[in-house]
Each structure stands twice: as C-alpha cells, then as structure tokens.
Design a protein around this ligand. Structure first.
Ligand SMILES: Cc1ncc(COP(=O)(O)O)c(C=O)c1O
Ligand SMILES: [Zn+2]
Length: 416
C-alpha cells in the first residue's frame, strides 16, 4: 500500500486527488505529492532501508508508485571519496556522487523509473516527454522494457550521442526546430490533445519525486548524515529542490539528526537564469540558451522560483561557468578521479573550482558534487580540446624512437 494521500498545490495549498495532473486549477501553481508521514514512519527505518534492494527501490515506501514497476535497476550509484581532486583544489573532504553509471547513463533514470511506473498504475499505454537529451534516453529505454508506446520530442541541435542512443531503443523520436522551451510549449499542447503520460508534464509531480533519492542515497552513504555543501547541476530546478526535500524528509523521519547543507546551483554562463537571479537578488528572467551545455539549456525553468528559495533558505550559493571552463572541468575530473562526465558534470566541477578560487566556499566544508551524466554522451565537445594520439607502425624501434623523443625523455629502454 502506497503512503501517498493526495496532490497539493505548492503555491496556494489546494488539494487534489491522485491523478495525472500537475498544475493547480485555482492559481496555476505546481502540484506536489503528499504522504501520510506517520504511516511511512511505521514502515521505514535505517534497518528496513539497508535490507532493501541495491537500487532506488530501497526507498519505495517514500515514492509515489504502486505495485507495477518498470525496472532497469536504477540508483544506488557509488559515492566516491575524491581525494585527488580535493588535493588539487585544497579541500578537506570531497565526495563525488557518480550518477553517470545509471542504466541509461544519467540521473534521469530515477525520475523516469518513478513516473513510468506511475503511468502503468494510471493505465496509460503511451509515454512521452520533452527532453534536453538524457530524459529522452531514459524514457525510450523504459518504454522498451515496459512494452509501451513512446513519443519523444527534442530540440533539433542536440548532441549526436544522445540522439543515437535514443534511436537505438526505437521510440518515435520527433526533432523540433527550436530550443527546449519551444519543445516544452509544443508538448504542453500535445498533452492537452492526446491521452498520453508525458512524464515531465502531466506526470510531473510523480516524476520529480524520483530525484529525492539522490538526497536519500548521499545521506545514507555518508553514514546517515548530510554534507556541509552539495553542488548540483540545474536545468528546470527540479533536481535541486528535490535533493533538498530528500535531505529534509530523512530529518523528519529521524534518519539524520540535522540538515545544514548549503545547496549550491551550477549552470553554464550561456543559460544561467537561476544563477543570475540568485547573484543579482532579482526574480528569474527567462533567457535564450547559447552554450555547448545542452542538458541544462532550459531558458525558462519550471521550478526556478522554488530552486531559488532553496538556495537562499539553505545559505547556499550559485555559480555559472563559461564553455571553456566546462570543458576544463570535464578534463579535470577525468584526469584526477578517473570519472568521465558529460557537460553537466563539467559545469559542476567548474563551479566547485570557481567557488573555491573566489573564496565563496570554505575549504573545510565537507562537499558532495553531483555528477549526473556520462561523458560518452557529449564527446564532440572535446574534439578540439584534446591531443591527437601518437601514431607509429607496429615496430619496436619506432616505438623506442617515439619514447625517447616525444613521450618521456627520461625513460630507459629495456635491455635483455
Ligand atoms: C545530466 C543532467 N543533470 C542535471 C539536469 C538538471 O535537472 P533539472 O531539470 O531537474 O534541474 C539535467 C536535466 O536534463 C541533466 O540532463
Ligand atoms: Zn494553487
């Protein structure tokens, strides 16, 4: 039995029954899932969670799903102690939540696992989404596994790797001439005409709950406590607000003793409506994205207002980085920690580096950076930024010559 009791408007508090809707009819505010927290407390404690599956379903009692689940085994990804990167930046304790190793190689498997399972519960046979790329990959994969019809809408200028991966799962893929905000507007209209489960439109209250598990997991993996600071990549702002919600639900359930985490947003300079609003103390003003960073390229962020509130309330921060800094961030993470991330991860590493260098965070803060997507998805951004490999014929002499001249002058050839 699910502990979900209702949907509630985050803005005016109006209550709705549990159905596929996301917007309040009274005030157009976003709806959020509500739980019977006392019933959850009866069922959930540290031991029950630790005994659960090694996936996000270990938190099933805290998620809005029924018995029917489409399961690619997402979540419970590694939390690495990043000593090399910490040393490079002069930090005391740094962790990487490596969510790029999910089934379709991004954190979106969390939100899709929850929303597609809920779509089954509601009796839908067709799922759909508006995507900046990673969501497309995950929705298409879950549709394949769940034997569901699938329609995916993407902006035309997406990274090739994300388009190819999506096509491999054989959904109906529609490339729209426009940016993500145009795609999202079209999908809102389509959702009004067709009885489909758009995971991030009419199923958004359920979808967004999946991101809470990135808060839960980090708290559990740190030994039932939350970090001093969390640096999170931000597109619509949903992930950031839900990581905060996850930490605070654990507090309410008595699973952590306190939450003093400074929630920090990372965006690219070419699309930074939330960072700009935070740093200038103004409201969020929509922008037209212009950046190599496509995953976070949402100029009019649906949850921007709530993300800004969380950043301010938690005493956190926000940082935007240039395209070059993002590329340098991808390379820095790869060469120090052996983790190859996509542009969204480059944004996070760049933000961390700049916050430290500009004295906007204390070097003693225990920090978790959320790496949410895999480097194999956006390889083309690196093409002009890496050396070409040395080329030789299969000949030992030629290799010796190369070794003494080019690679390592100090290397001594082996003598039999
Ligand atoms: C890899 C990655 N990280 C982070 C985000 C940001 O998520 P949100 O839109 O919930 O802010 C996205 C969004 O698509 C993404 O693809
Ligand atoms: Zn309302």
């Amino acid at each position: 039995m699910s502990s979900v009791t209702a949907l509630r408007c985050r803005n005016c508090g109006e209550e709705y029954e549990v159905k596929p809707v996301s917007i309040c009819e009274e005030c157009f505010g976003p709806l959020e899932v509500e739980y019977d927290i006392e019933a959850v407390k009866e069922k959930v404690n540290k031991k029950t969670i630790e005994k659960g599956p090694k996936s996000l379903w270990r938190y099933k009692d805290l998620l809005p799903v029924g018995n029917r689940i489409v399961d690619l085994n997402p979540g419970f990804t590694p939390l690495h102690k990043a000593d090399n990167l910490a040393e490079e930046l002069g930090l005391k304790a740094l962790y990487i939540k490596n969510d790029s190793v999910n089934p379709t190689f991004s954190f979106k498997d969390r939100v899709v696992a929850v929303s597609v399972s809920k779509a089954l519960d509601f009796g839908f046979d067709t799922i759909a989404c508006a995507s900046t790329g990673n969501l497309a990959n995950s929705v298409a994969a879950h549709a394949a596994k769940g034997k569901l019809n699938c329609y995916i809408f993407i902006p035309a200028d997406l990274n090739l790797g994300k388009i190819l991966q999506t096509l491999a799962y054989e959904p109906n893929l529609i490339s729209v001439e426009g940016n993500y905000d145009d795609v999202n507007r079209l999908c809102t209209e389509v959702a009004g005409y067709y009885n489909w489960a758009f995971v991030n439109i009419n199923l958004r209250p359920y979808y967004s709950e999946g991101s809470k598990t990135l808060g839960y997991e980090v708290a559990e993996q740190l030994g039932w406590r939350t970090p001093d600071r969390a640096i999170i990549p931000v597109g619509s702002g949903s992930l950031l607000t839900k990581i905060w919600k996850g930490y605070n639900e654990f507090l309410e359930l008595g699973l952590v003793d306190e939450v003093n985490t400074r929630i920090t947003a990372a965006q690219s300079e070419g699309c930074s409506p939330i960072v700009t609003a935070y740093r200038s103390g103004s409201d969020i003003k929509p922008v037209k994205p212009n950046t190599i960073e496509k995953s976070l390229a949402i100029g009019n962020p649906a949850d921007g207002y709530y993300a800004l509130r969380v950043i301010n309330k938690s005493g956190g921060g926000a940082m935007a980085s240039s395209d070059q800094e993002i590329i340098d961030g991808i390379k820095l993470l790869a060469k120090t920690e052996g983790i190859f991330t996509e542009t969204a991860g480059g944004v996070v590493v760049a933000a961390l580096k700049k916050l430290v260098e500009q004295g906007e965070m204390d070097k003693d803060e225990e920090t978790v950076i959320y790496i949410t997507g895999n480097g194999l998805k956006t390889q083309e951004v690196l093409i002009d930024h890496l050396p070409t490999p040395a080329k030789i014929s299969p000949d030992l002499k030629e290799f010796d010559k190369l070794l003494s001249s080019k690679i390592k002058k100090e290397a001594v050839p082996w003598q039999p």
